[in-house]
Design a protein around this ligand. Sequence first.
Ligand code: GDP
Length: 451
Amino acid sequence: MASPQDTIAALATPVGTAAIALLRISGKDTVGLARAIIGEEPPIRTARRADYRDRDGTLVDDVLCTFFRGPASYTGEDTLEISCHGNPYIAQRILEDLIARGCRQAEPGEFTQRAFLNGQLDLSQAEAVMDLIHARGEKALAAANQQLRGALGRHMTKLIDALLGVLARIEAYVDFPEEDLPPEDQNRVIADIEALQAFVSKLLSTNHYGNILREGIKVAILGQPNAGKSSLLNRMLGRERALVSERAGTTRDYLEERILLDGYCLRLIDTAGLNPAPEELERQGIAKTLEIMAEADLIMFVLDRTRPTPVLPAEVAESLSVSRTLLVRNKCDLPEVAALESRWAGFELVEISALTGAGLDQLQSALTQRAKAFHVELGDEIIAINARHADALTRAKQGLDAAAVKLKQLEPIELAASDLRDVLEAFGDIAGKVDNERMLDQLFASFCIGK
Ligand code: GDP
């Protein structure tokens, strides 16, 4: 990214016609700009009306300015927020004028990057800002809010402190290789490392829940043609709040809809029907179905109680596990033709009618139970790590495992100490005590401009 000395400016709201648009300025020239716009020393954290005139003195808009004196601002620097009328032309005129006055257009995520670099947020909190912007349900929102308030950072601080304690205890012996670690110290060090291993594993186990909160729970709806998959999808969309509708593309022969169910975001994916004797075209549909099944968190397999279950393509049958599948037997308003085949023994079953709505409550509570089961308890806090955290924690886990083995096998102590220093670095990466500029640029570039 360009120089952190620049004063940056950006539109913080989406481009488009709206009641209000917000522009943000941050950096050392902010006070001077604020003085020029407002016509006097800017009051701190107080909204002030002003006529925004460009450098030529032409009136652009009637605006509201709020000045934040650093470090008590989002970025930690002097910051000015300008609210203008939500006309993209006005916002653009103001932005161009700010650039003419010496500001630089901010890069995506640069405001948050400055907040991080100025110590206002640790890296996990900066990521939580992003999660907060994208949260699609109550649970995702709660997890993002806790992370923003430093929940993960606090766990990392505790882990780092505990690890530093272990390192302090063994470092003394690294300098005196002729002395062995006394057995009582060695036992204590191993016990401490085991405690660290256990906690790191626990944090790692929240990764799947994190995916679910960030992406939504992927529910694949499967079943033979005419079982009632589309009717069920429509019924569920009608009852719950549908979020987004994505029409199937030409190559993607399926439909995806999002609903909110008890605070969870569910991505319902209606697949192509499964035909027992696939022709070439059907083959492709099955390949796609298998792909969706592999990625799904949960499979709702829809059966038609007025027809015997068809023979499933072998690959599909093999991928249907009891733990990941919910059987939905549809058309319970009609008489049952044949009893449920024995192959379904052990599968959780809900009887419904997509036509009348009977059984939908039971189906919803079964789905909610499944969603809750993804949650990993970690005290009172919701911890749901992301892929970057999982990568660092996996490295930490490997280092702890290696150190434990070396200590138990009485290998030279400096070898275990070296593993533990790698662990320390991996822990540090999560909260962001890192000097890896490329990683930081990459991370913040995924934010939006103005954030
Ligand atoms: P899909 O091919 O699996 O998506 O099945 P559809 O949703 O298109 O439904 C196939 C047929 O079954 C349609 O004529 C629906 O009206 C009918 N159908 C779906 N659900 C029910 C139900 O619960 N009861 C009855 N009686 N008919 C249903």
